[in-house]
Ligand binder design. Sequence first.
Ligand code: FAD
Length: 158
Amino acid sequence: MSHNVLMETDVPVLVVGGGPVGLTLAIDLAHRGQRVLLVEQRDGPSEHPKATLLGSRSMELFRRWGLDEEIFAAQMWLASNEGIFVEPASAASIAGLFKTLNPASGRAYDPGKIRDGARIVCTVTGHGLKDVDVAKDRCSGVINSKADRKEILHKIGL
Ligand SMILES: Cc1cc2nc3c(=O)[nH]c(=O)nc-3n(C[C@H](O)[C@H](O)[C@H](O)COP(=O)(O)OP(=O)(O)OC[C@H]3O[C@@H](n4cnc5c(N)ncnc54)[C@H](O)[C@@H]3O)c2cc1C
């Protein structure tokens, strides 16, 4: 059957291309209450990762969309459970994974589409201290220490 169905539709904004730019634009317009139609020529995600890194400025958009708390929580989960302290924006992939697996949180992606035994790779980058203010605000306290291994270990009780 041919998929070349010609349709006429009337939308205020048409975004062509569901890459990072098109998706971001469409999401942002929708958050501002703008009706938008996004068209993409492919019928699934790209085969290769095209954005393994997310810059700190991405957090400005995540904050605007009300997703920053989930991302900070994922960043803290990673630091507490895996001992890996990454820059906040890069924890977005972990937050998306939690969202996918938690039916109560409004799933980001249908987990049924993940085949059994699939390996999920979340690339996290940067250092948590890249955004010092966020780190200070989110931690329960700051321990001052000289840059001395012995003193640091002593002060954190190791
Ligand atoms: C291997 C690789 C790794 C990368 N890693 C990073 C990274 O770590 N960090 C980073 O910031 N950037 C990275 N990049 C760059 C990043 O992927 C691009 O800058 C980004 O994808 C550009 O986004 P875009 O939306 O402008 O274009 P694209 O991602 O190219 O998206 C355009 C979309 O439009 C669709 N399209 C085109 N024409 C039509 C049409 N006529 N009708 C319907 N749909 C159409 C295409 O199918 C495509 O999905 C990487 C790129 C590659 C290839």
